[in-house]
Design a protein around this ligand. Sequence first.
Ligand SMILES: Nc1ncnc2c1ncn2[C@@H]1O[C@H](COP(=O)(O)OP(=O)(O)OP(=O)(O)O)[C@@H](O)[C@H]1O
Length: 285
Amino acid sequence: MTTMTGTPLLAATGVTMRFGGLTAVRSVGLTVHPGQIVGLIGPNGAGKTTLFNCLTGLYTPTEGTVTYRGRTLPAKPHLVTRAGIARTFQNIRLFANMTVLENVLVGRHTRTREGLLSALVRGPAFHRAEAASAQRATELLAFTGLAAKSGHLARNLPYGEQRRLEIARALASEPGLLLLDEPTAGMNPQETRATEELVFAIRDRGTAVLVIEHDMRFIFNLCDRVTVLVQGEKLVEGTTEAVQRDERVVAAYLGTPFEGAPGQEEVAEVEAAEEAAAESEGQGR
Ligand SMILES: Nc1ncnc2c1ncn2[C@@H]1O[C@H](COP(=O)(O)OP(=O)(O)OP(=O)(O)O)[C@@H](O)[C@H]1O
């Protein structure tokens, strides 16, 4: 299924994102090829969501480039969606008082070619486009297991189904690449396994997936490749097997420092300052 040769779908090169004095992402490269499921992992605050925001036009990277199918992506979320990248967010962002079907229809709007005039006049072209959108949205609800909930208000769905609805809505823009930010956060083990199956099914329909997740079992079951970020820098990138075995990854998660780890210089500086302070305190006694 995975194709590593040829033009990658997504290619981020040397992406850096600074917020004032804080460098949240430092010179990160990342590629996703057609047919791949790629994982992005790292401890809290590693810069994963910031990188997602750089890939989806929410942030303009301070440095670096992002291309999709070989073309530089515009730094505007709606243009990124139109180019073929859809995403979900860490916190659920549904229209709570709209129905399940309406939420998916909102996600279709980037695909609908009918312009404002057509919508105002509500002519035959508008009605045809609307019927096609409704049919596609209904198919997506069936695909994500929400067909029976089509007329329910989004806010009345159980948590796991709200997360599925977010994915259905993202798929409504017919993306070539789907970015999922912690899709299983707050899920029980059954919901997590169901999400795993859904992500495989999405890949099998021809949409590549880039996923941030803290659940390592989920990541290692699912992904073809994994990139590990630590303190804004790419620590390791490789197959799940290679990443799982990498002692630096184990250390990053278990908190054991290793030679050359990002942030080690700062840690050494702090330790040296603490030692110096302790010494001068000792001399003062
Ligand atoms: N808009 C912002 N302004 C200033 N600092 C920010 C902003 N967004 C993120 N940061 C900082 O950038 C760093 C990386 O944050 P980010 O949310 O990308 O990490 P993360 O890996 O997604 O973390 P988590 O796993 O906890 O979601 C953090 O130190 C965070 O405080």
